[in-house]
Design a protein around this ligand. Structure first.
Ligand code: FES
Length: 577
């Protein structure tokens, strides 16, 4: 039975009938000062606000939310703000990733359970964006995502500081004794100068660009700084537009098509986006029912040059990107070189090409030309081989050219604790040609697949002036990090993947051009090791962590829970009174 009034919006099930239940719903909402006309059938817009004082990247979200509300009222809708879990990437332990699926469930169920006809998602810091989109995609009601935007450029003396990227850089320099404690502390104080997410092309900015290139955000959503007045305008325009989207019934399933994901894969290559995109794209696609394969990254992204000169692949920061033209300029360049599927519809009702075809470029040092790019081939590379039968990921634009083809002896760390315990030991048997291997940091092994894959180099190697080595693991890496780092090895070690069988001294061969990663050990020896391998006990895990390890999918499947994949829609739940 349907509780909704035919021809009316979803919220009519709560407010549109002359029943006891509807009396209760209206009466309680009136205690917030809502007059009669708020229940006359106009669209009710949920604003999913991830503000939290434990998430510094979202410090300005109360303000942005007020601007969304203004826009909703201006278009004749009724805005209702609601909170959900908020994941502060830099604060949460052991890793925000373990809570991404939990947050997505919160978003999904709060949309479905409430009288909401359309939703504006406010999200910025890494996992909040995919989590919100995953939840909203599962419900498939009209949705716009407003990103929080990047923070201003970090500053130390006359230097710009990039979040994350310079943390890694100066931490290594501090470890090598190249900078003093006082200098290190001043750098720390200059790193984060305003609200907003990381200002490098880390995962948060990558996700902001993903939202815009998928068509789920308004033009310029990705790069406008968090504290720029234009961010308020985008919020207000999103508020106006979502009301129209409800009337047009323009839903995520109309926007999040396979073609839109292909555009986003190409944009990710052009901007030098984070390796985490491979996981989050798959999870979002899975929720809306789009068949996105890991191989699609090789198929559609490989030949796209990186044209954005931003840390960690390049030099500049997100604030510079906005002044140079922002993501519209990148999309325009891709469109002019036949690397954009132009008729994909976006939240404003226009196609991605209509939105971006006239974008201007104001600084060709930041946004390079297609013919003189930062890097000829910028896409993520998906590796296969006997060490990663279901795939592994490397970001060539953040790696060292001389290590793209490399064979070296494995130095194995069985987990992150083992690594931390031994990495500073001057007796550690390792040199710059070794391959650092970390096991048991995948989705189940860690659990939550922490961003520990870019293992810092041993001090004795750093002191020689060496800054990069081949590192491989089943972990993830912060989008702000760099190096020749192979990640997301699938299947992971904790479920008996070949990574679990690697021993010290084994030879490992990486060939990024051939997209291969192999363990050069006889199959008979591997068989012997496989028979001796035992899974680690999980009895110590309880509650959500237990659910997580029992139901999480591997990295090539987006690390979603198996029971969340697919779109369940937002049929109106039955009444409770
Ligand atoms: Fe929030 Fe980097 S810590 S985006």
């Amino acid at each position: 039975m349907s509780y909704k009034i035919p021809g009316k919006f979803r919220s009519s099930a709560w407010f549109g009938h002359d029943t006891h239940d509807n009396f209760v719903h209206r009466s309680w909402m009136r205690n917030q000062g809502m007059p009669d006309d708020q229940f006359d059938g106009r669209p009710i817009i949920g604003i999913c606000n991830t503000f939290s004082e434990l998430n510094p990247c979202h410090a300005h979200f109360r303000d942005l939310c007020e601007h969304v509300k203004k826009g909703v009222y201006e278009s004749g809708g009724v805005p209702l703000e609601f909170p959900v879990i908020s994941l502060g990437e830099a604060i949460i332990r052991p890793t925000a990733m373990i809570y991404r699926n939990l947050m997505s469930m919160d978003v999904e169920e709060m949309i479905r359970a409430n009288p909401i006809d359309g939703v504006v998602l406010l999200a910025g810091c890494d996992k909040n964006v995919p989590a919100s989109l995953m939840g909203a995609a599962s419900c498939n009601i009209p949705t716009i995502l407003v990103s929080g935007g990047p923070m201003l450029n970090g500053k130390y003396r006359d230097r710009d500081l990039g979040s994350g990227t310079d943390v890694w850089r100066y931490s290594e320099e501090r470890k090598a004794g190249l900078i003093s404690k006082e200098e290190y502390s001043k750098i720390e104080a200059g790193m984060n100068r305003s609200a907003g997410n990381c200002n490098t092309m880390g995962t948060a900015s990558t996700m902001g660009c993903m939202v815009e290139s998928l068509g789920m955000g308004l033009p310029q959503n990705a790069a406008v700084p968090a504290v720029d007045a234009n961010r308020k305008i985008i919020s207000r325009m999103a508020g106006r537009r979502i009301v129209e989207m409800v009337k047009e019934d323009l839903k995520p399933s109309d926007i999040l098509t396979k073609e839109a994901f292909i555009n986003a894969i190409r944009v990710n290559a052009a901007i030098g986006g984070s390796t985490n995109a491979a996981i989050h794209f798959k999870a979002i696609a899975g929720r809306i029912g789009v068949d996105l394969d890991l191989e699609d990254w090789n198929k559609y992204g490989t030949d796209v040059p990186t044209i954005l000169n931003l840390m960690p692949s390049g030099k500049y920061l997100m604030e510079d990107f906005y002044y140079a033209g922002g993501l519209p300029a990148i999309i325009r360049i891709l469109g002019e070189h036949d690397l954009l599927i132009k008729d994909c519809i976006t939240v404003n009702g226009s196609t991605i090409w209509e939105n971006n075809k006239n974008a201007e470029i104001f600084n060709d040092e930041v946004i390079k030309s297609f013919d003189k790019p930062l890097l000829d081939k910028g896409g993520l590379a998906i590796l296969k081989g006997n060490l990663c039968p279901d795939g592994a990921v490397i970001k060539p634009s953040a790696a060292s050219a001389h290590l793209m083809k490399h064979t070296g002896k494995a130095v194995v760390f069985t987990n992150i604790e083992d690594y931390l315990e031994r990495i500073n030991d001057p007796e550690l048997d390792i040199d710059e040609n070794s391959v650092m291997v970390m096991q048991n940091c995948g989705p189940i092994g860690y659990p939550g697949m922490a961003e520990v894959g870019n293992m810092g180099l041993p001090p004795k190697i750093l002191k020689k002036g060496i800054t990069d080595m081949v590192r491989i693991s089943d972990a993830r890496m912060s989008g702000t990090a760099y190096g020749t780092v192979v990640l997301h090895i699938t299947p992971e070690a904790d479920i008996g993947g070949p990574l679990a069988l690697v021993k010290n001294g084994d030879m490992i061969e990486l060939d990024v051009n051939k997209r291969s990663l192999n363990l050069l050990v006889d199959e008979s020896e591997l068989d012997k090791r496989r028979k001796q391998w035992k899974p680690a006990p999980k009895d110590h895990l309880g509650g959500y962590q237990k659910l997580y390890v029992e139901r999480v999918l591997q990295a090539d499947q987006g690390c979603d829970f198996d029971f969340l994949v697919g779109c369940r829609g937002a049929d109106v739940p039955r009444p409770s009174h």
